[in-house]
Design a protein around this ligand. Structure first.
Ligand code: FES
Length: 180
């Protein structure tokens, strides 16, 4: 009996993005709400790299790929090699971009501690935010130093994950910026 390649079952699903998890600035897992329920779909590495538009919550997508059994068949793992945008969440992006502003120190101490990379990562994630570079915030040894508005939340050793969580919470609550 010769060795053969096992064909994995294929899937093709349409739905609305509930959440996207990123790794190194690229989308790794998409949680998709479909007619059959909510499905976690991992994007193939090759697909992540070739995306010219990054998915975000509210987008409608078609994802296709293969399904494998993990943990003795307990878990079905969806792996996508194809992603198509059916509609993008323009309206919510425009609305929430007025809500969240991320002020980030771009002075040398913070840049030595990753402020430039953090900036690039946030840009790549295409979060509904306005990014603004600032001068020193007096947190030089604890950079990157960030303030997220409208929360006025100060972050030190800031990470993209922390900022993302604040932004998503703002989107969910519709927090209003009341100025100073
Ligand atoms: S250099 Fe960033 S807080 Fe001082």
């Amino acid at each position: 009996m010769g060795l053969g390649v096992i064909d994995l079952p294929a899937f093709s699903l349409e739905g609305t993005v509930e959440e996207v998890f990123y790794k190194k600035g690229l989308p790794k897992v998409v949680i998709l709400k479909t007619a059959l329920g909510t499905v976690w779909i991992k994007l193939e590495k090759s697909l992540r790299r070739e995306l010219v538009q990054l998915p975000k919550a509210g987008d409608r997508l078609r994802l296709a790929g293969t399904i494998s059994d993990k943990y003795d068949g307990w878990v079905k793992q969806y792996k996508a090699s194809y992603l198509e945008f059916l509609a993008t969440a323009q309206a919510s992006t425009a609305k929430s971009s007025q809500l969240c502003r991320v002020l980030m120190c771009q002075k040398s101490s913070c840049c030595h501690r990753g402020a430039k990379e953090l900036w690039q990562e946030l840009e790549a994630q295409r979060l509904p935010i306005t990014l603004k570079a600032t001068g020193c915030m007096g947190e030089c040894k604890r950079g990157p130093a960030v303030v997220v508005l409208p929360h006025k939340k100060r972050l030190t050793h800031a990470t993209a994950q922390q900022i993302r969580e604040l932004v998503l919470a703002t989107e969910a609550q519709g927090v209003e910026d009341n100025g100073n």
